[in-house]
Design a protein around this ligand. Sequence first.
Ligand SMILES: Nc1nc2c(ncn2[C@@H]2O[C@H](COP(=O)(O)OP(=O)(O)OP(=O)(O)O)[C@@H](O)[C@H]2O)c(=O)[nH]1
Length: 615
Amino acid sequence: MLDHFSILTKGGFVLWQKSYAPLSGAPVDALIKNVLIEERAGTVSYSKDNYALRWTFANEVDLVFVVAYQKILQLAYIDELLETVKRLFLDMYSSVIGDNQGISADYNEFEPVFSKVLKQLEEKYANRPRAPRKFEETKKFENTLKGSKVATSNTQLLATASRTVDEDEITKNIKALKLQSGGRGGIKNRKGGRVSAKTSPAPSPDMNDDNTGKKKKSQKQARVWEGQISRGEMETLDYSKEKTEDDDSLDADTVAAQFMDQSKLGSKNKDGIYEVQDVLESEDEEEEEEEGKASSSSGGIFSFLKNITGQRELSAETLDPVLATMKEHLINKNVASEIAEHLCQSVRSSLMGKKLGGFERVSTAVKNSMETALKRILTPKTSLDILRDIEQTRAEGRPYVISFIGVNGVGKSTNLSKVCFWLLQNNCKVLIAACDTFRSGAVEQLRVHARNLRALQTSGGGVVELFERGYGKDSAGIAKDAISYATANRFDVVLIDTAGRMQDNEPLMRALAKLVSVNNPDKIIFVGEALVGNEAVDQLTKFNQALKDFSGLQNPRHIDGMILTKFDTIDDKVGAALSMTYITGQPIYFVGTGQTYTDLKNLRVSHVVHSLLQN
Ligand SMILES: Nc1nc2c(ncn2[C@@H]2O[C@H](COP(=O)(O)OP(=O)(O)OP(=O)(O)O)[C@@H](O)[C@H]2O)c(=O)[nH]1
């Protein structure tokens, strides 16, 4: 028995609903928020707490039909119920569902119709062989069907009645299994999701230079992992006792000349807040956008779809070729293929059955729908105003804590330092906690940054200090000590630098989850390269999973946002911005655009959407 059926407008207004049991935890609201609004409608089902939810669209009138039932139940009639109810409801009411989507109409007469349909379907399916859910069951089921008993007595039943549900269910199960075994492996093996850099990295000075005028031979030394370091080495590397303050005599102008680009400096807004620059739109971008608006089917933006001509009603036949082109286009822009597929499915679900007006083309409808979907995904759902949050924690008498996490070499330390520069420009007192206790050179790298930033700030308002305890020690403990020190000494912000780690390295992921659960930072920022392709899905999913699985907390934390680095190397292949936002549902706080402290920028949604959709 099902628990609930709703008929809603796509805007979330309920036209008609029927509940057979009180619903706990608002599963339909969760479906709207997490699936329909987040452009995940291309998926076939959604589960929330104990409920399974399925739905179908009537795009011609912008309605959604949703059914909720206990997920332990195997209700084979759900698909047929949804389709039948949709057909009958539209037969009865399509004339009243006009411009205001039938919000004021009375649907009481639908109640007996619905009940009758449900009863008939329940009876019809009661006598069928059960469609299995798991693959082992599917196999058994297939064998049973092939076996003499069922084969002789149920051949006809299979050929007719079962077709709509059981066979489809079996095919779906088998397909799902293939996807599980092949799909995930595919992502992992296809590390080559990377795109080649079209523009070379900015020829700016390397921030890892020790400022002596000589470049280090190599930027990094070999990583020394926990357990491999000898006691002697550890003592040599433990700088916690001897603090080197003598380097504060650096001249601000010299450092500025090397590590800042005046032309890239942000500016103060009317409230006196220092804001970093926006990623610059390409010179002809705005022009093209106008062009695209005026004539989206002829040249310029979206012309990659232009050869596909339109027809009156959108069907699988008319939509699929356009969506296939769109998917390929998104993948070429470096969107993870899995996500390009989900998105196109979502757009497909929202367009099927829709009637095209006048001379509207299929490609224009797909383009418009995709543009809306991209904007919806990329628009931040939480505030990006870190400075306001800092004000709040300052009032609470504690520092605001941000931890920077991510895989190796993506630019965590460098971009942490750029964020520190931005905070210093906003008069904050910042403590950098050197919690990469694994890679030799990591602490010294931060020391150079802290020294440079201090030098740059001699005329500014902020203050920066480094909290370091050397190598080989528990990073969670060091972060804790740093936060206590910052609280006692009235720092506004603690920036925790963590060791880079691969998402499959369980011991290191456990250590990260511990750092997070012990210190409960205000923000967990994932630092990821804009170059990453399919690998983005695996990295973010596994980092989030580890924070959940290894935290030991009842309410585990997750990634709160991202910094996308090396944005200067990707030209218009901005797909990683979309992939990362789609997977986490969290915003991109900044993008890194080079190797100086002024190479930190804001990323505008319009810029990403435009770059993704232009030729
Ligand atoms: N072009 C470009 N290079 C960057 C950017 N951000 C960082 N880098 C460079 O990327 C390299 C790695 O940066 P790090 O900050 O050491 O990376 P990390 O993630 O801290 O490294 P691990 O601690 O080893 O995990 C350095 O050479 C940086 O200068 C960026 O936005 N653009």
